[in-house]
Design a protein around this ligand. Structure first.
Ligand code: IPE
Ligand code: IPE
Ligand code: MG
Length: 252
């Protein structure tokens, strides 16, 4: 199924976001505040992931996308990168069964060619095992970059010998073509930037920033973000008056 594009038509949207995309930031600062090494923050971050996956499933959110490792995070000290890779591998092996039991479909987007073969095998196994699940689609963005995504899609379209690209030609090649565009974007840790996350897909997403550090994120924090989302007027280019008129005719 292809999903509608927010720039081609006004998408359907309701009180509960269909797709939530999160930049999980602040693990290092959380650890520093506790006088712990940065990796301790990343470990606690995995616990926040568990809680958030559960909370999203309970709230009927269809798609949850988590930015776990950006294409620029390779610039970090080698030791931190190595520990993050270990943690990713461990989380994949330990959590997939549980995700499967709970009806979660796992997807990983990003240039996975740069990962160790053992991580790539774990990704493939997890995706295959959970492919038929319908409750929640959990996407982990790993070695992901928004620019990489657009460029790999363009290159695939070129290989199809397309010499002119419109949205319809490009969209099926984007890494997350299986999902609707995010309704709600959350970034923890206080920074107000996109950091090369989903550049194409965030075109009309509601942005929510919180000072809370990722290891402290929980169901209540998610509910605060959703409450903020509910208060937004999603105009998609139209005027408020047009929306009011449309709502009136719906009620009538
Ligand atoms: C986010 O937390 C996790 C990753 C980027 C892997 P950080 O590690 O960026 O934490 P801060 O921003 O240094 O606090
Ligand atoms: C963004 O966090 C990437 C992830 C959460 C995986 P960073 O902490 O790497 O972002 P910048 O570098 O501060 O923008
Ligand atoms: Mg950070």
């Amino acid at each position: 199924m292809t999903h509608s594009s927010s720039t081609q038509e006004v998408p359907a949207h309701g009180d509960v976001p269909r797709h939530v995309a999160i930049i999980m930031d602040g693990n290092g600062r959380w650890a520093k505040r506790q006088h712990l090494p940065r990796i301790a923050g990343h470990r606690r971050g995995v616990e926040a992931v568990r809680a958030t996956v559960r909370a999203c499933a309970e709230r009927g959110i269809g798609y949850l996308t988590l930015f776990a490792f950006s294409s620029e995070n390779w610039r970090r000290p080698q030791e931190e990168v190595a520990l993050l890779m270990q943690l990713f591998q461990m989380a994949l092996t330990n959590e997939v069964e549980k995700l499967h039991r709970n009806g979660v479909r796992l997807k990983v987007v990003g240039d996975t060619r740069r990962f160790d073969p053992s991580i790539r095998r774990a990704i493939e196994k997890g995706e295959q095992l959970t492919a038929g699940n319908k409750a929640l689609t959990l996407t982990i963005a790993a070695n992901y970059g928004g620019r990489w995504d657009i460029l790999q899609a363009v290159n695939k379209a070129i290989r199809e010998k397309k010499d002119f690209l419109d949205e319809k030609a490009l969209a099926p090649h984007l890494a997350m073509s299986y999902a609707p565009e995010p309704d709600l974007f959350i970034r923890t840790g206080g920074e107000q930037r996109i950091s090369n996350f989903l550049l194409w897909q965030l075109a009309y997403t509601e942005l929510y920033f919180t000072e809370r550090l990722w290891p402290d994120f929980d169901a209540a924090a998610l509910d605060q973000a959703i409450a903020s989302y509910r208060n937004r007027e999603r105009r998609f280019g139209r005027t408020s008056e047009q929306l009011e008129a449309a709502n009136r005719s719906e009620v009538a």
